[in-house]
Write a protein that binds this ligand. Structure first.
Ligand code: GSH
Length: 210
């Protein structure tokens, strides 16, 4: 049995929730209140994760954080086959590239642009918007070459990027000109197992932004 420390508001947490659902893993969900109660700064939680971030997974005493590392671990340990995280070196390398693109470029730029506006009420920064736009263009380019983000089958990179992208949508980012992304997003909504676990968090994000 795995414990998952999470909040549905957090995109990295939602990718793990979706994958856990897809793989049918029984997870003991431990909701964290970081804003008011600072659950992530308690001595008990810091023992599990000194970096005090969520998601944090604890699998039979083995504690792991960084959502994309958790996604890979869950497939390696619990999936029936390696389809979502191929063992073939080149296929896995492409999945990893997309995961690092999500973490270091797309999600990073989403945060750089939106978080100061959402959390500190600061005005939008046009330079950061340009950088975000460039990252979305790259995602669209990747998707001009394959149905899913790392090939013609869904992988954990789709789980990571769907949670980022659905957050952009919730923030009313206009992606109408990115036709490959629109096709992929529709395809994932129809075919990505466990995607329904994204819904509660997206609803909460939208409520916060109203
Ligand atoms: N790269 C990390 C991942 O993908 O897991 C980011 C995790 C992260 O920053 N999570 C936020 C958090 O735990 C919530 S979205 N913030 C609290 C903190 O950093 O103290």
């Amino acid at each position: 049995m795995c414990d998952l420390y999470y909040t549905p508001l957090s995109p990295p947490c939602r990718s793990v929730l979706m994958l856990g659902k897809a793989l049918g893993i029984r997870m003991h969900l431990k909701a964290m209140d970081m804003a008011e109660k600072k659950d992530h700064m308690t001595p008990e939680f810091l023992k599990l994760n000194p970096q005090h971030t969520i998601p944090t997974l604890v699998d039979n005493g083995f504690s792991l954080w960084e959502s994309r590392a958790i996604l890979g671990y869950l497939v390696d340990k619990y999936a029936k086959n390696d389809s979502l995280y191929p063992k073939d070196p080149k296929k896995r390398a492409v999945v990893d590239q997309r995961l690092y693109f999500d973490m270091g470029t797309l999600y990073k730029r989403l945060g750089d642009y939106y978080f100061p506006q959402m959390r500190m009420n600061l005005p939008a920064d046009p330079e950061n918007f340009k950088k975000l736009e460039e990252a979305v263009e790259l995602l669209d380019l990747f998707l001009s070459k394959s149905k899913y983000v790392a090939g013609d089958k869904a992988t954990i990179a789709d789980y990571a990027l769907i949670s980022t992208f659905s957050t952009l949508e919730a923030a009313e980012y206009d992606f109408s000109r990115f036709h490959n992304i629109i096709q992929w997003y529709d395809l994932c909504k129809k075919t990505l197992a466990g995607i329904e676990a994204n819904e509660e968090g997206i609803r909460l994000v939208k409520e916060r932004l109203e």
